[in-house]
Design a binder for this molecule. Structure first.
Ligand SMILES: Cc1ncc(COP(=O)(O)O)c(C=O)c1O
Length: 385
């Protein structure tokens, strides 16, 4: 090893896995001892296109020779190309794009746009929801242990039970700027919105003139079996947040809005690295790849096969298997930690979603043979768990 182990000096703000990774190729990762792993966490949902996808590597290398970064107030061909590409596949009512660097930043922008376009203060979010760790996004996030050490948070945030239409209807009033929801709650343990919930949220927002923000940071870009999860509910949000896999592994965030939101917006908001040329070139290549390969169809097919196998397991440790496409949550009767550790030893990297849920977010490009091996290993771990 050269120099100190980075994990020893990194600020210990989140639990660490006892693993140093050195190389990746699509759904395969290698550690510093040369051991091979099947990646079923895809870097917390960043890796829809897999590790070092040649299309992304090429795009980054070519862009790095041309222009890496200029401030967000300048136009670049990389940014123009990406924004065009993104709007060509986005829900058709969304016509404006704000670019940033992460999911949290895309949510911060969404909250600011909603408040400054409605002139209202209140934001209604869901229990078990996760929207990020910066102070605004954290205020919309539910988990108490994430929130409490940093209080006081931003005022004006209210949480209602997910999938409860009456509770949402009661919470949204004439001072509500926005309702902020995930279509599938990822970090909260992979809970899918009911078929009636998101259309009802749309109707409530329309009736009270509040903005509907759908956070697709984790569900977007093919993960759930549609390019955007919201397509399944036939709902058009006023604001949509994207990040994670949007640029094939390069940091990016995007907040898409309607023209009406932009027109009513009074204020300013910007981000130094927003619209970074490397990220935009990677983002254009990522969208082209996802669309060319119809990765959402692959996610749907491989996901359905896995649901059938996992639901058919005779494993007393499993309470429920739920999700959409290649966003799969396995709720256990006990803790997820020991099963995740056993899987790691068996060469499969999965992630948690709350303390008792195993979350699978494999790259959408995972070869079928590798996916079957991963599901077999997961079955073994669950039957012994
Ligand atoms: C739905 C959702 N929103 C926002 C975020 C925050 O994204 P980031 O960690 O890039 O700030 C996440 C991260 O997991 C997420 O799943």
């Amino acid at each position: 090893m050269i120099g100190p182990d980075a994990r020893a000096v990194e600020f210990a703000s989140s639990p660490k896995r006892d693993l140093t990774l050195v190389r990746g190729s699509l759904a395969t990762l290698w550690d510093d001892a040369g051991k091979e792993y099947i990646d079923c966490g895809a870097s917390f949902g960043v890796g829809n296109l897999g590790h070092c996808n040649p299309a992304i590597v090429e795009a980054i290398a070519a862009q790095a020779r041309e222009l890496i970064h200029v401030g967000p107030s300048f136009g670049t061909t990389a940014k123009a190309g990406f924004v065009d590409k993104l709007l060509s596949v986005a829900p058709p009512n969304l016509k404006r794009v704000f670019l940033s660097n992460s999911g949290s930043e895309s949510v911060e922008a969404a909250i600011k746009f909603a408040r400054a376009s409605t002139g209202r203060k209140k934001v209604v979010a869901a229990m078990r929801g996760f929207h990020g760790r910066t102070m605004g996004a954290l205020s919309a996030t539910w988990r108490r242990d994430f929130r409490e050490p940093f209080e006081p948070l931003v005022p004006g945030f209210h949480h209602v039970p997910f999938n409860d239409v009456d509770a949402l209807d009661k919470a949204v009033d004439s001072d509500t700027a926005a309702v902020l929801l995930e279509a599938v709650q990822g970090e909260g343990g992979v809970h899918v919105a009911t078929q009636e919930y998101l259309p009802a949220a749309r109707e409530i927002c329309d009736r009270r003139h509040a903005a509907l923000i759908i956070d697709e940071v984790q569900t977007g870009m093919g993960r759930t079996g549609r390019l955007f999860a919201i397509e399944r509910w036939g709902v058009e949000p006023d604001i949509l947040t994207l990040a994670k896999s949007l640029a094939g592994g390069v940091p990016i965030g995007a907040t898409l809005t309607t023209e009406a939101v932009e027109k009513a917006f009074h204020g300013s908001h910007t981000s130094t690295f927003g619209g970074n040329s490397l990220a935009c070139a990677a983002g254009t290549a990522a969208i082209e790849y996802i669309v060319r390969e119809k990765l959402w169809e692959r996610a749907e097919r491989l996901g359905n096969e896995a649901f059938e196998t996992l639901r058919g397991l005779d494993a007393r440790s499993v309470r429920e298997v739920r999700g959409l496409g290649l966003m799969i949550g396995i709720e256990l009767r006990g803790k997820a930690g020991p099963v995740l550790q056993a899987l790691q030893e068996d060469g499969v990297l999965a992630i948690g979603g709350g303390s008792s849920v195993i979350r699978l977010l494999p790259p959408l490009v995972i070869p079928e043979e590798q996916w079957s091996r991963a599901i077999d290993a997961i079955g073994r771990a669950l039957q012994h768990g």
